[in-house]
Design a protein around this ligand. Structure first.
Ligand code: FAD
Length: 449
């Protein structure tokens, strides 16, 4: 152990941030900008590994929709973009450190950005720009970042800073963080250890263990922004096909959402951004043993009646003479998909189109417009972009991110029971909650000196 590291541990920090991801680095920067002495503890070999994976390596770091949040009092608006036991929990933090604050923050750090389909990205096309800019700012502010630190426990303690400028008149409480290599004292602690998805990025769920031990409740952790599985044999026949569709999510036969876009058909079920957007609600419902179904409309630009007319017109047009039903569907659906849909409707692919009965036409229309997919499970955390569930937000102050149970303890980012839809909403939550937690932790620490 180097002498330098040893003295770091003996020192009393104003704020220790656990987890050097998006939320943790933002919390550290904001705390240091408020004048706090800040240390970041990270358990893998380098900070910000998950940030590098975001937006397919391009980092969609916020979304223009969030401009509406800046002046919004409408808590129900949150439910469109954020999920959790209480989606409105996000509003105070996202208003305090809003999209303008995010854009200004990265602009000041030198990141030139561009907007694509509502999402903001670094113009250079590299997520690493966001991480490097934040690490440079940590360096400028004198924030220490220690990697490969395995934490054993985090405990509330008294007299933690007795040798460090405490006047003796103020209550000297804080936290002792025990690690495999030593003990750290701090006045305030920000926990930002992320969720459980993509373990290799460092977020392995270990942070939730300390939180539970310290007395906080954790809402069930389930994968979100994740593909959905089904047992239907249909999917083995159409794996690899992509189709423009709309999809409706039903939980116990009540409709909960509708999304449109590109569907990716796989041998286990359905994937693609439109499915990811429905997956958080589906995942939570499945964990509660509820019946989940997705209804796919393979031709959303037509009503049922319009599609019926279109189909009959194709069957009766002159060029349809001597065509089989498989041939009639060519040009309407990807070929493998057309054949699979015919099979599902019980129509032989080599049936001559003029032989098609009224009943068969109606069945085909029903199937193409309302294809029911019973969902049996989600894919694993290793295919999930985020984790739904986490630290129970009813035990955290939404204005400050401070624990209601343990003063001086703050939370930020994905470890809270908040998950956003695709498109930059999760990173905005990391920036907003991280900034608010860091600023308030610094203020609390200062008030103790
Ligand atoms: C493939 C992929 C693509 C994504 N793309 C986007 C996108 O384009 N836009 C968007 O908004 N969101 C995206 N997300 C989601 C987004 O990356 C996360 O929501 C966000 O990174 C969460 O930030 P966080 O700081 O809370 O957690 P993380 O970024 O997971 O950081 C947590 C940190 O804590 C560390 N840690 C964990 N446990 C401990 C411990 N016990 N002790 C010490 N350190 C610990 C981890 O190693 C990690 O460095 C994507 C996610 C994935 C997986």
């Amino acid at each position: 152990m180097s002498k330098n590291m040893d003295s770091q541990r003996k020192k009393c920090w104003d704020v220790i941030v656990v987890g050097a991801g998006a939320a943790g680095l933002m919390a550290a920067i904001q705390a240091a900008r408020e004048g706090a002495k800040v240390l970041v503890l990270e358990h893998i070999e380098r900070p910000g590994k998950k940030l590098l994976m975001t937006g397919n390596g391009k980092c969609n770091f916020t979304n223009e929709v969030l401009f509406h949040f800046t002046n919004s009092q409408d808590e129900t608006a949150c439910e469109q973009y954020y999920h959790g036991t209480c989606p409105a929990f996000v509003l105070p933090a996202i208003k305090k450190f809003d999209i303008n604050s995010t854009l200004n923050f990265f602009d000041e750090l030198g990141v030139l950005f561009v907007k694509r389909r509502g999402g903001y990205y670094p113009r250079c096309g590299q997520a690493s720009a966001i991480l490097s800019a934040m690490l440079m700012e940590c360096g400028r502010l004198g924030i220490s970042i220690e990697c490969e630190i395995g934490i054993r426990s985090i405990q509330k303690a008294e007299n933690i800073c007795k040798n460090e400028g405490n006047s003796g008149t103020k209550k000297d409480t804080g936290f002792v963080i025990e690690t495999k290599t030593g003990t750290y004292n701090t006045r305030c602690c920000v926990l930002a250890t992320g969720g459980k998805s993509f373990k290799k990025s460092g977020s392995d769920g270990s942070g939730f263990l300390y939180v539970e031990r310290i007395g906080h409740k954790i809402q069930d952790l389930v994968p979100a922004l994740v593909p959905l599985q089904s047992d239907l044999a249909f999917f083995k026949k159409v794996a690899g096909i992509r189709a423009e569709i709309s999809a409706k999510l039903y939980i116990e036969n009540t409709r909960y959402g509708i999304e449109s876009g590109e569907l990716q058909l796989t041998d286990y079920g359905i994937s693609g951004i439109c499915i990811f957007q429905l997956s958080s609600l589906a995942s939570r419902a499945l964990s509660r043993k509820k019946k989940v179904k997705v209804e796919i409309d393979f031709l959303p630009e037509y009503t049922d009646e319009q599609f019926l007319v279109l189909l009959l017109e194709r069957v009766h047009r002159v060029y349809a003479n001597n065509k089989t039903m498989e041939q009639i569907l060519v040009g309407l659906f990807a070929e493998k998909l057309g054949v699979a849909l015919l099979e599902e409707a019980g129509i032989a692919k080599d049936l001559m189109s003029f032989e098609l009965s009224k009943k068969q036409v109606n069945r085909l229309v029903q199937l193409c417009k309302h294809f029911e997919v019973p969902i049996t499970a989600t894919r694993s955390f290793e295919q999930a972009q985020v984790t739904a569930g986490g630290v129970d937000t009813s035990e955290v102050f939404s204005e400050t991110m401070e624990s209601k149970l343990i003063p001086g303890l703050y939370f930020a980012g994905e470890m809270l029971d908040v998950d956003g839809i695709c498109g930059g909403f999760n990173l905005q939550w990391a920036w907003s909650s991280g900034a608010v937690a860091g600023q308030h932790a610094a203020a609390t620490a200062k008030s103790q000196v």
